[in-house]
Design a protein around this ligand. Structure first.
Ligand code: PLP
Length: 768
């Protein structure tokens, strides 16, 4: 299977000649990156085309986000070209590391977008025909820097080094129409390689272009000419990814993006389908559509509209839709469940709106209680309700989350359609998240149990008997990974963390429900405790954070400032810095995550119970041999089931307890009764930290004063958290600790995205 390095080297050279007019001598890193990538593309073309032209039933994964990260290393790994590429580059005085400067394709915010990327890779590896459909944002998730501890955002020019992994398919362009605008949707296709199995699936990302060539003169003169303005606006649709994670912002441009994505995709799919001479009423025999959260749910009325344009009656079109669409819910937070103003939507998409109204009428005609069951109410369109009403299957993303959907958030709907609701616990691809990011540990595993685990992660169980003999090598490799991360952090963040310290890591989007605040307060608790002698023999620990805050999310940005101030206080303290360091890394993204998860000792997964639907960061850490310090939330629950609760460190209120506590909760009382907590919380207002913007005061208010203070029970869980954490940190470095790490690694099989996509294929897509 593996290509030999001489042949590989020759094909790279041909691309250098043809595309860049240079040779190995004169090529720079950028030319080499493009040439290596294109050489792979040339080699993979036949297999890719086979998938794209196949007539077997396929599932289309509709998602506003695909957080792909870097493609080059993962693609070389999957095609077994990593060694050949390495040798070819070394021969000419370059190295694969030169491509470390290639920008991530960050066309997503966080977990939901990364999940989509993992599923594409796993489906290709499992031979499941799954294609992605998304938007080719010109700028992905913003690049983050800190200035005086405050977050700053810059545009993310992810195409800076070119985009050799995509091919523009002008011939498949379609027109997407809004009430006020017509735009051309042009697809860019990206191959998705299965792991050494010859399968290539496809990710199709749509870009918007003017229908006609842009006419500058007409635009300048304006002439009351609509097409000039239309053309100007066309490109805007795909300009930038909305940087909100788990919050709904009712901006019309966002609705334009969503409709643009689904209309282009469905037109494209129907055109191809009809060209095969098949009947529209049988669409479900060839396709199904997975809606990744509510963002692409407008696909439902759009397909109704398109089928009716083809002459189908509403009822029959509805029947088709109820077979082809499936819906994944990712959150129970009210502020994230999409709702659109009915007037705004009907202004922008009148025909689509009519179909939504028709769905509402159909629902009413069933004689159900209209207080419980509605799509449109008080001129607001509830996208999740539309999805649940029409879709064949609705799934949550972890056991606990699906149970909350059934018993709480969508209780009414579950009573009406119990068979629609299924669980598919999220997963991660073990290729990127172990083989690629932690090759030494992967090789160690191979040594004991062979390579079957690469595509059958449950095989890791076979490692368990070898844990005692593996300990020394596992420790050594983790130590090396920690040294590398420490060097990287020193270079990029200017903070030194001693590699022998325990690495206690919380990396994920910044959100109040994820409770970075709880972690921050615990660090202050330890800090003051060390200073006044109440915390004795503190085990040397580096607290590592990484997180982006949505630019409009005030409290999230305030928490970043708070933690950066804590970091300065701790790191500049001559005494405490001997046993404690704090660093908040800038611009946390997929490539940073790859470096961090293989070097972590403790994985912080401390959301308020019931709030984190699944989490996938927790799985990455587990697979790399890390102990979870967490609440019984999301997939943490299943991690404990698989690895044993005794091998992790669980604290805090459970979902049931949270509901009870909320009845009487008063955070001010908790703070008054706990002097150590009070001291930590008061740093927000007592002048310990500089904060010209006054953000910390407001953070204090949201915790103690105001309406619904401390929504996420930070003060309530504080004591149980610091006790659990102190105990865990004290065990760091012992054989017992590393045994726990390895017990987790051995039990990570369930969390392979290979298992997740197989579950989807069997129970939802009904393919293979
Ligand atoms: C995996 C991943 C996430 C999701 O992390 P959670 O802890 O599950 O929220 C977010 N961002 C990046 C860059 C990731 O790789």
């Amino acid at each position: 299977m593996a290509i030999d390095s001489k042949k590989f080297s020759e094909s790279v050279e041909r691309v250098l000649h043809a595309d860049f007019g240079c040779d190995y001598e004169s090529a720079g890193a950028r030319e080499l990156y493009n040439a290596v990538s294109k050489a792979v593309m040339v080699q993979a073309f036949d297999a890719w085309n086979e998938g794209r032209n196949s007539q077997k039933k396929r599932c289309c994964y509709f998602s506003a986000e695909f957080l792909m990260g870097r493609s080059i290393y993962a693609n070389l790994l999957n095609l077994d070209c990593l060694e050949a590429a390495k040798k070819a580059l070394e021969k000419v005085g370059h190295s694969l590391n030169d491509f470390e400067e290639v920008e991530d394709a960050a066309l997503g915010n966080g977990g939901l977008g990364r999940l989509a990327a993992c599923y594409l890779e796993s489906a290709a590896t499992m031979g499941i025909p799954l294609d992605g459909y998304g938007i080719r944002y010109r700028y992905g998730l913003f690049r983050q820097t800190f200035v005086d501890g405050y977050q700053h955002e810059e545009g993310d020019d992810w195409l800076k080094w070119g985009d050799p992994w995509s091919v523009k398919c002008e011939r498949d362009a379609v027109i997407v129409e809004f009430a006020d605008q017509k735009v051309k949707a042009v697809p860019y296709d990206m191959p998705v390689f299965g792991y050494r199995n010859g399968v290539v699936n496809n990710l199709r990302l749509w870009s918007s272009e003017p229908v006609q060539e842009f006419d500058f003169n007409a635009f300048n003169e304006m002439k009351g000419d609509r097409t000039a303005l239309e053309n100007f606006n066309a490109t805007k649709i795909c300009d930038v990814l909305y940087p909100n994670d788990n919050t709904m912002v009712g901006k019309i441009l966002r609705l334009r993006q969503q409709y643009f994505l689904v209309s282009a995709s469905l037109q494209d799919i129907l055109r191809k389908y009809k060209a095969q001479g098949k009947k529209l009423k049988d669409l479900d025999k060839s396709y199904c559509f997975q809606l990744n959260d509510t963002h692409p749910v407008i696909a439902i009325p759009e397909l109704l509209r398109l089928l009716k344009k083809e002459g189908m009656e509403f009822e029959e079109a509805f029947g088709v839709c109820s077979k082809v669409f499936n819906f994944t819910n990712h959150t129970i937070m009210a502020e994230a469940l999409e709702k659109w103003d009915a007037l705004a939507l009907s202004d922008l998409l009148p025909e689509v709106y009519e179909e939504i109204v028709a769905c509402q009428h159909r629902l009413e005609s069933e004689g159900l209680d209209t207080d419980k069951y509605y799509i449109i109410r008080d001129n607001v369109i509830h996208m999740a309700n539309l999805a649940i009403y029409v879709a064949a299957k609705v799934n949550g993303v972890a056991e606990i989350h699906t149970n909350i959907l059934k018993t709480d958030v969508f209780k009414n709907w579950y009573e009406l359609y119990p068979k629609k609701f299924v669980n598919v616990t999220n997963g991660i691809t073990p290729r990127r998240w172990l083989l690629l990011n932690n090759p030494e540990t992967a090789a160690l595993i191979d040594k004991y149990i062979g390579e079957a685990w690469h595509t059958d992660l449950k095989e890791l169980r076979n490692l368990r008997p070898h844990i005692p003999e593996m300990l020394p090598d596992f420790k050594r490799i983790k130590g090396e990974n920690k040294k590398k991360l420490a060097a990287y952090i020193a270079e990029h963040e200017g903070v030194n963390i001693p590699p022998e310290f325990c690495f206690d890591v919380q990396v994920k989007r910044l959100h109040e429900y994820k409770r970075q605040m709880l972690n921050a307060l615990s660090i202050l608790y330890f800090y003051f405790g060390i200073k006044d002698g109440t915390v004795k023999d503190f085990p040397p620990t580096a607290f590592i954070f990484g997180a982006k805050a949505a630019p409009g999310y005030y409290n999230a940005k305030a928490i970043i400032k708070f933690i950066n101030e804590i970091a300065r206080l701790v790191n500049e303290d001559g005494e405490v810095s001997k046993v404690m360091r704090v660093v908040f890394v800038q611009n946390y993204n997929v490539s940073y995550a790859e470096k961090i998860v293989c070097a972590a000792d403790v994985s912080e997964q401390i959301s308020m119970a019931g709030m984190e639907a699944s989490g996938t960061g927790n799985m990455k850490f587990m697979l790399n041999g890390t102990v979870t310090l967490g609440t019984l939330d999301g997939a943490n629950v299943e991690i404990c089931e698989e690895a044993g609760r005794e091998n992790n460190c669980i604290f805090g209120a459970t979902v049931e307890e949270v509901a009870a506590i909320k009845q009487f909760y008063c955070p001010r009382e908790f703070v008054e009764q706990d002097p150590a907590l009070k001291r930590a919380v008061n740093t927000l207002i007592d002048g310990t930290f500089s904060d010209d913007a006054g953000m910390l005061q407001k953070l204090y208010d949201s915790l103690i004063n105001g309406h619904d203070p401390d929504r996420y029970l930070v003060c309530f869980d504080f004591r149980s958290y610091v006790e659990a954490k102190e105990g865990l940190l004290h065990s760091y470095g012992t054989d017992e600790f590393y045994t726990k790490c390895l017990e987790n690694l051995c039990a990570a099989g369930k969390f392979s995205a290979d298992r997740s996509v197989t579950d989807y294929a069997r129970h939802i897509w009904k393919i293979k």
